[in-house]
Design a protein. Sequence first.
Length: 226
Amino acid sequence: MNYGGIHKTSIYKIEFVSKTKLKLEKLRAYVRNKIENDAAHDFEHIMRVLKNATIIARKEKANVRMITASVLLHDIVSHPKSDPRSKNSSSESAVKARKILKKYNFSQDEIEIIAGAIRDHSFSRGTIPQTLEGKILQDADRLDALGAIGIARTFAVGGAENRPFYNNEDPFCKKHPPDDKNWTLDHFYKKLLLLERTMNTKTGKAEARKRIKIMKKFLEELRKEI
Protein backbone atom coordinates (compact mmCIF):
# COMPACT_ATOMS: atom_id res chain seq x y z
CA MET A 1 0.00 0.00 0.00
CA ASN A 2 1.10 3.53 -0.80
CA TYR A 3 0.56 6.49 1.56
CA GLY A 4 1.06 9.74 -0.31
CA GLY A 5 3.99 8.35 -2.26
CA ILE A 6 5.51 6.54 0.77
CA HIS A 7 5.37 2.74 0.63
CA LYS A 8 3.94 0.93 3.68
CA THR A 9 7.20 -1.05 4.09
CA SER A 10 9.14 2.22 4.26
CA ILE A 11 6.88 3.48 7.03
CA TYR A 12 7.53 0.32 9.06
CA LYS A 13 11.28 0.77 8.57
CA ILE A 14 11.12 4.41 9.69
CA GLU A 15 9.09 3.44 12.77
CA PHE A 16 11.53 0.62 13.61
CA VAL A 17 14.55 2.93 13.31
CA SER A 18 12.86 5.59 15.44
CA LYS A 19 11.93 3.08 18.17
CA THR A 20 15.42 1.59 18.11
CA LYS A 21 17.04 5.02 18.42
CA LEU A 22 14.73 5.94 21.32
CA LYS A 23 15.49 2.65 23.07
CA LEU A 24 19.24 3.20 22.82
CA GLU A 25 18.92 6.81 23.99
CA LYS A 26 17.01 5.63 27.07
CA LEU A 27 19.64 2.98 27.70
CA ARG A 28 22.39 5.58 27.37
CA ALA A 29 20.64 7.85 29.87
CA TYR A 30 20.25 4.92 32.28
CA VAL A 31 23.96 4.06 32.09
CA ARG A 32 24.98 7.69 32.55
CA ASN A 33 23.09 7.81 35.84
CA LYS A 34 24.36 4.45 37.09
CA ILE A 35 28.03 4.37 36.05
CA GLU A 36 30.66 4.85 38.76
CA ASN A 37 32.89 7.93 38.50
CA ASP A 38 36.02 5.79 38.17
CA ALA A 39 39.40 7.34 37.27
CA ALA A 40 39.55 5.49 33.94
CA HIS A 41 36.16 3.80 33.51
CA ASP A 42 33.77 6.75 33.66
CA PHE A 43 30.98 7.65 31.24
CA GLU A 44 33.42 9.47 28.94
CA HIS A 45 35.37 6.23 28.58
CA ILE A 46 32.16 4.56 27.44
CA MET A 47 31.52 7.32 24.90
CA ARG A 48 35.05 7.01 23.49
CA VAL A 49 34.67 3.24 23.22
CA LEU A 50 31.34 3.79 21.48
CA LYS A 51 33.02 6.09 18.96
CA ASN A 52 35.72 3.47 18.30
CA ALA A 53 33.17 0.65 18.06
CA THR A 54 30.91 2.55 15.66
CA ILE A 55 33.81 3.25 13.29
CA ILE A 56 34.92 -0.39 13.37
CA ALA A 57 31.35 -1.73 13.04
CA ARG A 58 30.65 0.31 9.92
CA LYS A 59 33.91 -0.76 8.28
CA GLU A 60 33.38 -4.39 9.26
CA LYS A 61 29.67 -4.24 8.27
CA ALA A 62 28.43 -5.25 11.72
CA ASN A 63 25.19 -4.53 13.60
CA VAL A 64 25.72 -1.05 15.08
CA ARG A 65 22.61 -1.30 17.27
CA MET A 66 23.79 -4.48 19.01
CA ILE A 67 27.30 -3.15 19.42
CA THR A 68 26.00 0.13 20.85
CA ALA A 69 24.08 -1.77 23.53
CA SER A 70 27.11 -3.91 24.39
CA VAL A 71 29.36 -0.84 24.68
CA LEU A 72 26.93 1.07 26.87
CA LEU A 73 26.76 -1.81 29.36
CA HIS A 74 30.29 -3.24 29.17
CA ASP A 75 31.46 -1.51 32.39
CA ILE A 76 28.16 -1.39 34.25
CA VAL A 77 30.06 -3.23 37.02
CA SER A 78 33.65 -2.00 37.40
CA HIS A 79 35.69 -2.88 40.48
CA PRO A 80 38.94 -0.93 41.13
CA LYS A 81 42.09 -2.58 39.75
CA SER A 82 43.40 -3.18 43.28
CA ASP A 83 40.19 -4.97 44.27
CA PRO A 84 40.41 -8.80 44.10
CA ARG A 85 37.00 -8.75 42.39
CA SER A 86 38.40 -6.72 39.48
CA LYS A 87 38.93 -9.82 37.33
CA ASN A 88 35.20 -10.58 37.65
CA SER A 89 33.98 -7.16 36.50
CA SER A 90 33.13 -8.26 32.95
CA SER A 91 31.29 -11.39 34.11
CA GLU A 92 29.29 -9.39 36.64
CA SER A 93 28.57 -6.75 34.00
CA ALA A 94 27.22 -9.46 31.68
CA VAL A 95 24.89 -10.77 34.39
CA LYS A 96 23.61 -7.30 35.20
CA ALA A 97 23.30 -6.44 31.50
CA ARG A 98 20.91 -9.36 30.94
CA LYS A 99 18.49 -7.95 33.52
CA ILE A 100 18.73 -4.42 32.12
CA LEU A 101 18.28 -5.50 28.49
CA LYS A 102 15.08 -7.39 29.35
CA LYS A 103 13.62 -4.15 30.72
CA TYR A 104 14.42 -2.45 27.40
CA ASN A 105 12.67 -5.19 25.39
CA PHE A 106 15.69 -6.72 23.67
CA SER A 107 14.98 -10.21 22.35
CA GLN A 108 16.49 -13.25 24.06
CA ASP A 109 18.77 -13.90 21.09
CA GLU A 110 20.01 -10.30 21.22
CA ILE A 111 20.57 -10.51 24.97
CA GLU A 112 22.67 -13.66 24.56
CA ILE A 113 24.93 -12.02 21.97
CA ILE A 114 25.29 -8.74 23.87
CA ALA A 115 25.91 -10.40 27.25
CA GLY A 116 28.45 -12.76 25.68
CA ALA A 117 30.30 -9.82 24.14
CA ILE A 118 30.42 -8.04 27.50
CA ARG A 119 31.56 -11.14 29.37
CA ASP A 120 34.42 -11.89 26.97
CA HIS A 121 35.76 -8.39 26.24
CA SER A 122 38.02 -8.11 29.29
CA PHE A 123 41.80 -8.43 28.94
CA SER A 124 42.12 -10.20 32.29
CA ARG A 125 39.62 -12.87 31.16
CA GLY A 126 42.02 -13.87 28.38
CA THR A 127 39.23 -14.84 25.98
CA ILE A 128 38.77 -14.27 22.24
CA PRO A 129 35.08 -13.44 21.69
CA GLN A 130 33.18 -15.81 19.41
CA THR A 131 30.86 -13.22 17.83
CA LEU A 132 31.68 -10.25 15.61
CA GLU A 133 29.94 -7.99 18.13
CA GLY A 134 32.21 -9.32 20.87
CA LYS A 135 35.34 -8.92 18.75
CA ILE A 136 34.46 -5.31 17.95
CA LEU A 137 33.66 -4.44 21.58
CA GLN A 138 36.99 -5.93 22.67
CA ASP A 139 38.93 -4.01 20.01
CA ALA A 140 37.13 -0.72 20.73
CA ASP A 141 37.71 -1.03 24.48
CA ARG A 142 41.40 -1.86 24.01
CA LEU A 143 41.91 1.11 21.70
CA ASP A 144 40.91 3.38 24.58
CA ALA A 145 43.86 1.97 26.52
CA LEU A 146 46.24 3.15 23.78
CA GLY A 147 47.50 6.44 22.36
CA ALA A 148 47.35 9.78 24.15
CA ILE A 149 44.17 8.87 26.03
CA GLY A 150 45.73 5.55 27.03
CA ILE A 151 48.69 7.35 28.58
CA ALA A 152 46.34 9.66 30.51
CA ARG A 153 44.22 6.77 31.75
CA THR A 154 47.23 4.73 32.81
CA PHE A 155 48.57 7.48 35.04
CA ALA A 156 45.09 8.31 36.32
CA VAL A 157 44.71 4.73 37.55
CA GLY A 158 48.26 4.74 38.93
CA GLY A 159 47.47 7.90 40.88
CA ALA A 160 44.20 6.47 42.18
CA GLU A 161 46.08 3.38 43.35
CA ASN A 162 48.86 5.55 44.87
CA ARG A 163 51.61 3.92 42.81
CA PRO A 164 54.97 5.56 41.98
CA PHE A 165 55.42 6.51 38.33
CA TYR A 166 58.31 4.11 37.80
CA ASN A 167 61.02 1.97 39.35
CA ASN A 168 63.91 4.39 39.96
CA GLU A 169 66.56 1.75 39.34
CA ASP A 170 64.97 0.33 36.18
CA PRO A 171 62.20 2.61 34.82
CA PHE A 172 61.82 0.84 31.45
CA CYS A 173 61.85 -2.79 32.57
CA LYS A 174 65.27 -3.61 31.13
CA LYS A 175 66.32 -5.74 34.11
CA HIS A 176 63.12 -6.71 35.90
CA PRO A 177 59.86 -8.33 34.75
CA PRO A 178 57.07 -5.74 34.47
CA ASP A 179 55.25 -5.29 37.75
CA ASP A 180 52.34 -2.90 37.27
CA LYS A 181 51.03 -3.54 40.77
CA ASN A 182 53.98 -1.51 42.08
CA TRP A 183 54.95 0.89 39.25
CA THR A 184 52.66 2.58 36.75
CA LEU A 185 55.15 2.68 33.88
CA ASP A 186 55.52 -1.10 34.04
CA HIS A 187 51.93 -1.36 32.75
CA PHE A 188 53.15 -0.24 29.32
CA TYR A 189 55.46 -3.23 29.13
CA LYS A 190 53.19 -5.77 30.79
CA LYS A 191 50.10 -5.02 28.70
CA LEU A 192 49.70 -1.87 26.63
CA LEU A 193 52.53 -2.27 24.11
CA LEU A 194 51.39 -5.85 23.49
CA LEU A 195 47.77 -5.05 22.62
CA GLU A 196 48.22 -4.68 18.86
CA ARG A 197 48.75 -8.41 18.45
CA THR A 198 45.52 -9.15 20.35
CA MET A 199 43.24 -7.09 18.11
CA ASN A 200 40.53 -9.02 16.26
CA THR A 201 39.69 -6.81 13.27
CA LYS A 202 41.80 -5.23 10.55
CA THR A 203 40.38 -1.83 11.44
CA GLY A 204 41.19 -2.27 15.11
CA LYS A 205 44.69 -3.53 14.43
CA ALA A 206 45.52 -0.61 12.13
CA GLU A 207 44.33 1.95 14.68
CA ALA A 208 46.18 0.16 17.50
CA ARG A 209 49.40 0.36 15.51
CA LYS A 210 49.01 4.16 15.17
CA ARG A 211 48.28 4.65 18.85
CA ILE A 212 51.17 2.48 20.02
CA LYS A 213 53.54 4.65 17.98
CA ILE A 214 52.33 7.62 20.05
CA MET A 215 53.04 5.69 23.26
CA LYS A 216 56.51 4.68 22.13
CA LYS A 217 57.28 8.30 21.29
CA PHE A 218 56.14 9.28 24.79
CA LEU A 219 58.45 6.67 26.32
CA GLU A 220 61.37 7.99 24.25
CA GLU A 221 60.76 11.52 25.51
CA LEU A 222 60.31 10.31 29.08
CA ARG A 223 63.62 8.45 28.88
CA LYS A 224 65.38 11.66 27.90
CA GLU A 225 63.82 13.62 30.75
CA ILE A 226 64.56 11.18 33.56
